[in-house]
Design a protein around this ligand. Structure first.
Ligand code: GLU
Length: 306
């Protein structure tokens, strides 16, 4: 069975929606688009699938509410806008999902919540309990209380972490681009959309370091970072354009929409996932040739205990 076909069997799906999808370029909420996506997600839920929504937009919506033309630079101002916008964002989701009889739960995470093993497990258990109650978690970074060192920094990374910790079957990142191109389609009309990617290379990452719109913080670079986490965790990830009609239904139906990042064959063990992605790296480890072989070939080392 092809990887696209496999997506039809997905039971637990993380969907990430970025600020550029939620808002117009002038910063106002794109109600028509948000309504359409909520309807699609509610419909997936009606089919019996578990849906986790990772939504950006707190800072963007807050900035718009306060009449800012662009996002201010200082951390306290961004934190204040996140506090203003997050409430407005949840109000919108609460209202739209309720139209389809769905209940939502706000989950705000920080990097620190995943750094310690116990807190990581607590966050996982809380998310699973929400899903167990047939509720749709709406997840964002807790921007108001985080500072740079403990920030995920972007919701693409956050969505991959959530997909990893919730052991999701699929991560969909919806954006204003059709997927991953072999060169920048904004400057090169000949650029080709890649439908499947097996490995994120350094060259791909280097070529993708451009910023998003003035209200959004991501770009292709953060999506590739997310793809690496997702692929290593064993979760397939699709980047697609939120304006494609029935985009979510088509992806889950196995259609060749956007770019699919193919995961490693096996899912990573829960504890390894936490070590690899949950913990904030401190210091460096030097690995000698013998240990390198043991780690790469046998997945362990007799002298390395982590
Ligand atoms: N957490 C930020 C917000 O809600 C967005 C981060 C991102 O766009 O990646 O505004």
């Amino acid at each position: 069975m092809s990887w696209r076909e496999e997506l039809k069997n997905s039971k637990r799906i993380v969907i990430k929606v970025g600020t550029s999808t939620l808002t117009y370029t002038n910063g106002q909420v794109n109600l028509q688009r948000v309504e359409r996506l909520v309807r699609e997600m509610a419909d997936l839920h009606n089919r019996g699938l578990e849906v986790l929504l990772v939504s950006s937009g707190a800072i963007g919506v807050g900035a718009n509410r306060m009449g800012f033309k662009k996002i201010p630079r200082t951390m306290p101002e961004k934190q204040a806008l996140a506090a203003i916008g997050q409430g407005a964002l949840m109000h919108l989701y609460e209202k739209l999902f309720a139209e389809y009889g769905k209940t939502v739960a706000q989950v705000l995470l920080t990097r620190g919540d995943l750094d310690e093993r116990l807190r990581y497990l607590n966050a996982t258990n809380a998310l699973l309990a929400i899903l167990g109650m047939d509720v749709i978690p709406v997840i964002n970074e807790n921007d108001t209380v985080v500072v740079e060192e403990i920030k995920f920094g972007d919701n693409d990374t956050l969505s991959a972490m959530v997909a990893s910790l919730a052991d999701a079957d699929l991560l969909i990142i919806l954006s204003d681009v059709d997927g991953f191109y072999d060169s920048d389609p904004r400057s090169n009309p000949e650029a080709c959309l890649l439908h499947e990617i097996y490995e994120v290379t350094d060259v791909m990452e280097d070529n993708s370091r451009s910023r998003g719109s003035s209200f959004a913080s991501g770009g292709m670079y953060t999506k590739l970072k997310a793809a690496k986490i997702s692929m290593a965790s064993g979760v397939p990830m699709v980047i697609a354009n939120s304006d494609t009609p029935d985009v979510i239904r088509k992806i889950v139906g196995g259609e060749e929409i956007g770019t699919l990042f193919i995961p490693r064959e096996e899912k990573m063990h829960a504890r390894k996932k936490w070590i690899a992605f949950g913990t904030v790296t401190q210091g460096e480890i030097f690995v000698d040739a013998g240990a390198e072989q043991a780690l790469l070939k046998r997945g362990k080392s007799s002298c390395l205990r982590v």
